[in-house]
Ligand binder design. Structure first.
Ligand SMILES: Nc1ncnc2c1ncn2[C@@H]1O[C@H](COP(=O)(O)OP(=O)(O)O)[C@@H](O)[C@H]1O
Ligand SMILES: [Mg+2]
Length: 583
């Protein structure tokens, strides 16, 4: 093995003047060398231990010339020349070890020693930097667990790898302003998962951007839109219905009961009774006695919504025996449930919610949930056609007010099934949540639909690792994504971020001594990212390589379209579709 670092003392930039716990100040006498220094570049420092070097990152460069006053004094007193005090402040980020047992050339993120005063400091650049970066990236454990993002900005020849196990195990976030390259980065992750023989991931595609991604490892689904209703299409055609009976009771209440109604608690109570009764009937009719003994209102058991509706309507007009024999009086809820009944009828007849309330009959079959969960959660090898471990679910037709409910419901089905799987039988799954600020928002005060979606994601963020469920949170507004969830993300791919609040979210993730790197965030180029976390040895600026198939951002080129001299009026059709509630 040849040593990586063979420095000569006279190549040194300067010598250590001051030492702190994790930073040093290097005095640089040669003004030429000082001018060549740049913030965020790497340097190597001699360590007090043989065979070790300390690696640091330049934080601050100061040229401290004598002040006018000092020069004046010098002249007055005729004393010797006061030297310039040019310094470079360096944050120590790790140790390079030439040999440890049988291993050679290792980089570790720990400081196993500190430099001594007068130790030499060398610049890490050119060919040497390339070779060092290779050491850093190649040793990311085994070849198999490498995730390739692109190349280092410091050195475009050195490929940047992340430790893929850690990246997905301990949740990750991809953040960046609109147009900074999040979707392309996501596509790059997805295509690498899809290439594995038994990859397993779900991508929540909110704007149908990822339709263009193809390959045997990828399968596309869409939540049924108005034009899918009554076509008889189902899971095998890539159409997902999420029948109302799969909603948690709280979600159902959030959907159907108006919380501002002062009768809301009674309405919710009546609904819960009616739902339990309807589920019970389903189980009794189907002779599933083993389930009957232990089922709760949230058990995933189908039921007839019509029974619930009829029961509530009956209560609304119920007459009960009065005080006098033969006389009748109005029941406790007489006339108080009219609004609930009307709301139920409105919601259930809304074609835009057809994926919930107009699901085909097969979704009420007892075995349907199993087929559904399998399509969604099985890796490539366990799919019936041994394809499509990465499932891209298109939510573009889901109305935005119920989006959080539907995304979180799918996430929660995945999590529940993972929880109920024997620990030695779990096949890990990653959920990639694009536009996460829409359904995992920071505003925790919001009640109803959002609150329950948040609860689901909080639980997965905190406990997912135990059950082999990893999250990748993707957002243009990290400051609007739930803190609780982001704080559980151990890896950040931060693309360009222009907003100060968003920057501070990433800043918080940086190790204390590297907070300065956050200064890069607003000036990153498109497709360039600052990657930090336990999946990479060094926080690094990485130029993300293009994915093979590019996401379709669907951006309309206004000006170009306006420049086409042709009629393109489709408004009459749109109005017609609106009336028909179907395109
Ligand atoms: N890694 C990259 N290399 C080169 N160009 C990129 C890269 N990532 C993104 N771009 C460019 O930026 C545009 C926006 O990227 P996109 O991923 O859709 O951004 P976002 O999802 O953050 O809004 C793309 O259409 C592409 O032209
Ligand atoms: Mg995007």
């Amino acid at each position: 093995m040849t040593a990586l670092f063979t420095f000569h003392d006279n190549d040194a930039l300067g010598v250590v003047r001051a030492v702190d716990t994790a930073s040093v100040v290097v005095g640089v006498d040669n003004l030429e060398l000082l001018r060549k220094m740049q913030v965020n570049r790497l340097v190597v420092l001699q360590s007090s231990k043989a065979g070790q070097f300390l690696i640091g990152i330049v934080q601050r460069i100061v040229r401290d010339a004598p002040t006018a006053k000092e020069l004046e004094q010098e002249e007055e007193t005729g004393e010797a020349h006061i030297a310039e005090r040019n310094t470079v402040k360096v944050t120590l980020i790790g140790t390079f070890v030439e040999r440890d047992g049988s291993k050679t050339n290792l980089f570790r993120r720990t400081l196993e020693s500190v430099p001594e005063i007068d130790a030499f400091c060398f610049s890490l650049e050119g060919d040497l930097l390339t070779r060092f970066m290779r050491v850093v990236s190649h040793q990311s454990d085994s070849t198999a667990s490498r995730l390739s993002l692109g190349s280092y900005a410091l050195d475009s020849h050195a490929e940047a790898y992340l430790n893929a196990n850690r990246f997905f195990q301990r949740h990750a976030a991809i953040v960046g302003s609109t147009g900074s390259g999040k979707s392309w980065t996501t596509a790059r992750l997805v295509e690498q998962i899809a290439e594995l023989p038994n990859g397993n991931a779900i991508l929540f595609d909110i704007h149908a951007e990822y339709r263009t991604l193809t390959g045997d490892g990828i399968r596309h689904f869409r939540i049924a839109g108005t034009s899918d209703l009554e076509t008889g299409k189902g899971l095998d055609d890539g159409v997902i219905y999420l029948p109302y009976w799969l909603l948690a009771y709280d979600d159902m209440v959030a959907m159907l009961v108006d919380r501002d109604d002062n009768n809301a608690p009674n309405q919710a109570m009546l609904m819960s009774r009616a739902v339990v009764a309807a589920k019970q009937k389903y189980l009794e009719d189907g002779t599933h006695a083993e389930i009957l003994a232990n089922f709760t209102i949230d058990s995933p058991v189908p039921y007839e919504l019509k029974l619930v509706h009829d029961e509530i309507e009956a209560k609304n007009i119920e007459m009960v025996p009065g005080a006098h024999a033969g006389a009748e009086k109005q029941g406790d809820f007489y006339g108080k449930l009219s609004r609930l009944v009307a709301r139920m009828e409105n919601r259930t007849s809304d074609r835009k919610l057809g994926f919930m309330f107009r699901a085909p009959a097969e979704t009420k079959e007892y075995g349907w949930l199993e087929r559904f969960a399998k399509r969604l959660m099985a890796g490539t090898r366990d799919q019936s056609d041994a394809k499509g471990g990465v499932k891209i679910v298109d939510f573009s037709e889901v109305p935005s007010d119920v989006l959080p409910l539907i995304v979180s419901r799918i996430a929660s089905i995945v999590f529940s099934v993972a929880q109920w799987t024997n620990s030695n039988e779990r096949h890990p799954i990653a959920m990639l949540c694009d536009e996460a600020h829409l359904y995992v928002p920071e505003r925790s005060t919001s009640a109803g639909i959002l609150a329950s979606a948040l609860g689901t994601f909080h639980r997965i963020a905190k406990e997912g690792r135990k059950y082999g469920v990893g999250l990748v949170i993707i957002s243009q507004r990290p400051s609007e994504v739930s803190r609780t969830v982001l704080s559980q993300c151990n890896n950040f791919v931060a693309l360009r971020l222009t907003n100060a609040e968003d920057q501070s979210v990433v800043q918080r993730m940086l190790p204390d001594n590297l907070g300065g790197l956050a200064g890069l965030l607003p000036i990153l180029d498109t497709g360039e990212a600052l990657v930090v976390g336990d999946a990479c040895l060094l926080p690094a600026r990485i130029r993300i390589s293009e994915p093979r198939s590019k996401p379709d951002s669907g951006t309309v080129a206004f000006w170009d379209r306006w420049a086409i001299d042709e009629p393109c009026d489709k408004i009459a059709n749109a109005v017609q579709s609106w009336r028909k509630q179907s395109t």
